[in-house]
Design a protein around this ligand. Structure first.
Ligand SMILES: Cc1cc2nc3c(=O)[nH]c(=O)nc-3n(C[C@H](O)[C@H](O)[C@H](O)COP(=O)(O)OP(=O)(O)OC[C@H]3O[C@@H](n4cnc5c(N)ncnc54)[C@H](O)[C@@H]3O)c2cc1C
Length: 304
């Protein structure tokens, strides 16, 4: 297959043809990402329920079509060539909250926005997810990378994850079996699709206020320009942003992409940037900084 070419599908059955006919072709994706860059999806669909998500994923897998689940698009750098296969926009956003004595049990579909879940918990005077009110992603995207901030992360309150396994079966695992560590979960390696997650909250003391943490973000991060959050994981004992700044790269520009002059672990789109410009800045930082810089943002799509 040459770059940008659609995957070859073994002649689809009538049911397969019908499945493909229900999808949108050549769907522009840049507007669905926080970076506002990247090319189209070969095929695109939105899922508003778990059943619809499962039907779409299984249908694509049966046809040999790669699947990419798009949450809020806030942790991806999408290639200018776009994504081969089916992109499913996750709009499954039901959440239930049950107070049981001194605990709050939350069951959230994976397309629910994390800040909303965090604020709903605060309304009920549970403060475990205060840190998460400034992370602009879905529950599924956050579980995928064990998202975190200010010393807390998903693993602190996640109790279970329901997902679609590669054989198409729906499974549930306790959080302890999800291999959650710094910006990592098993789902990064397996290609399984997160359908829902459970959280058990118990923190009744408001040790940090959401408004204060989020003001801190606005003061230190370039939130007025399109970006995808921190580009690199912090190497042990160091801050990636400080290392990039010390290497003299703060403010460096390639095309319309720039290593932010406000926070050097952010790359911003100054307007009309290409994914290739962002990638070139990533490679420049990795080549210039002595310590290895591992990507936190996910490269998505066709980078051949
Ligand atoms: C301004 C800003 C600030 C940020 N601050 C933080 C922060 O403090 N801490 C932090 O950890 N992150 C931060 N991020 C990054 C990002 O918001 C988080 O990683 C978030 O959890 C990503 O969720 P998403 O729904 O946007 O995922 P997406 O970007 O849509 O997807 C990310 C990856 O997860 C996969 N994925 C998404 N949903 C599913 C699913 N249901 N099943 C299987 N795979 C799935 C996608 O295929 C993709 O590979 C920030 C981003 C921005 C733009």
């Amino acid at each position: 297959m040459t770059a940008g070419e659609r995957p070859h599908l073994a002649s689809p059955t009538a049911a397969g043809e019908e499945f493909l006919a229900g999808l949108q072709a050549d769907y522009p994706l840049a507007k669905l990402t926080s970076f506002k860059v990247g090319g189209p999806a070969d095929y695109f669909a939105s899922a508003k329920s778990e059943a619809e998500m499962a039907r779409l994923v299984r249908g694509a897998w049966e046809l040999g079509l790669p699947v990419f689940v798009m949450g809020n698009g806030s942790n991806i750098l999408l290639s200018d060539k776009g994504i081969r296969g089916l992109v499913i926009r996750n709009m499954c956003a039901n959440v239930s909250y049950a107070e049981t004595g001194d605990r709050l049990e939350i069951a959230a579909e994976s397309g629910a926005m994390l800040p909303r879940v965090g604020h709903e918990a605060i309304k009920r005077r549970f403060y475990d997810l205060v840190y998460a009110t400034g992370i602009p992603g879905t529950v599924g995207g956050a579980v995928m990378s064990n998202a975190g901030a200010y010393g807390w992360c998903m693993a602190d309150s996640l109790s279970w994850v329901k997902f679609l396994a590669r054989d198409g079966a729906i499974q549930t695992l306790p959080a302890e079996q999800c291999e959650l560590r710094y910006r990592h979960s098993r789902f990064k390696d397996t290609g399984e699709v997160v359908l829902a997650a459970g959280f058990t909250l118990s923190q009744r003391q408001e040790t940090a206020k959401a408004a204060e943490l989020n003001r801190k973000r606005r003061d230190s991060q370039p939130l007025t320009l399109p970006n995808a959050g921190s580009m690199f994981k912090n190497p042990p004992g160091a801050a990636a942003g400080a290392l990039i700044e010390q290497a003299g790269l703060k403010g460096r520009r390639i095309g319309s992409a720039q290593i932010s002059d406000k926070h050097a672990n952010f790359i911003v789109n100054l307007g009309g940037a290409r994914a290739a410009d962002v990638r070139a800045l990533i490679e420049l930082a990795q080549a210039t900084v002595k310590e290895p810089l591992e990507l936190e943002v996910q490269l998505a799509g066709d980078w051949t």
